[in-house]
Design a protein around this ligand. Structure first.
Ligand code: PEP
Ligand code: MN
Length: 278
């Protein structure tokens, strides 16, 4: 392994010998404890009813948290960009109805204050992991930050990104591996399960996995999720839509509510096999 382990290059994220995992608390949900946290919901918030149905399905499957993008970082500017502030209101309504806290992506430093006023946790997306002004603004917000790995970000760069959040005053970071770009285009990305094991050693902050953006296709999502839990992930971030065929983004990788429940049951069995629960 490179010199990341003892380099002191990431003083706020580095796990000291014997240091326990820092529990990141989001409402009643604790990342880094015995329970593997299951986060589910649509890629994009498309409306009140859609996110409400997704939230109910997360709750019924035993999930702990809701996800959904109000602002979407789309490769094409002509694709659906998200509902913006209205999307936040739909997420708040879904939280009120189910009691599930939610995480949502913030793309622009100018939106951090608004998003932090509504969301329980801020997501920094893959494309933003080295947007340093955004990282610092998220750190200043006081909200826990879910920090995706960039599709071409090394583990060292990812740790440094978290240092920006923490150096700006953030106290709670959860790392999220979501697949990286490799030579092989067979799946949308290549899930770096090894990074989960490595990060558990390098940092005292929790590490979760997003199998959806790694797989890119719904039928492979559960296998990757199971591998993540077996490797020690503290949580899963899974895209699920009440009607995947009609999803305005990431339709192919979105699970139905029934598939989401099956994933939950299947990953719960894996969690128990490795001494945890879900
Ligand atoms: C998402 O979670 O919908 C998303 C855009 O993820 P990523 O930043 O990992 O591509
Ligand atoms: Mn998505």
């Amino acid at each position: 392994m490179s010199d990341e382990r003892h380099s002191g290059a990431h003083p706020l994220t580095a796990r000291q010998p014997g240091q326990p995992t820092t529990i990141v608390q989001v409402g009643a949900v604790a990342f880094g404890g015995d329970r593997v946290v299951l986060i589910g919901g649509p890629c994009a918030v498309e409306g009140h009813a859609q996110v409400g149905r997704a939230a109910r399905a997360v709750f019924e499957a035993g999930g702990g948290m809701l996800r959904g993008g109000a602002w979407k970082p789309r490769t094409s500017p002509y694709d659906f960009q998200g509902l913006g502030p209205d999307g936040l209101e739909h997420l708040v309504a879904a939280r009120d109805a189910t009691g599930l806290p939610f995480v949502t992506e913030v793309l622009d430093p100018r939106d951090v204050e608004l998003v932090a006023a509504h969301a329980d946790m801020l997501q920094i997306g893959s494309r933003s992991v080295q947007n340093f002004p955004l990282l610092r603004e998220a750190g200043r917000s006081g909200r826990p930050v879910l920090l995706k790995r960039g599709m071409m970000t090394t583990v060292a760069e990812w740790l440094h990104a978290a240092e920006h959040v923490l150096a700006a005053g953030g106290r709670q970071v959860v790392f999220c591996e979501r697949g990286i770009r490799t030579f092989d285009p067979t799946l949308r990305n290549t899930l770096d399960v090894g990074a989960v094991a490595v990060l558990r050693e390098l940092t005292h902050f929790p590490v979760i996995v997003d199998p959806s953006h790694a797989a890119g296709e719904a039928r492979f999502v559960t296998a990757l999720a199971r591998a993540a839990v077996a490797a020690g992930a503290d949580g899963l971030l899974v895209e699920m839509h009440p009607d995947p065929a009609a999803a305005l983004s990431d339709a192919a990788q979105s699970l139905t509510p029934a598939q989401f429940r099956e994933l939950a049951d299947s990953c719960r069995a894996v969690a128990r096999a490795v001494g945890r629960d879900l």
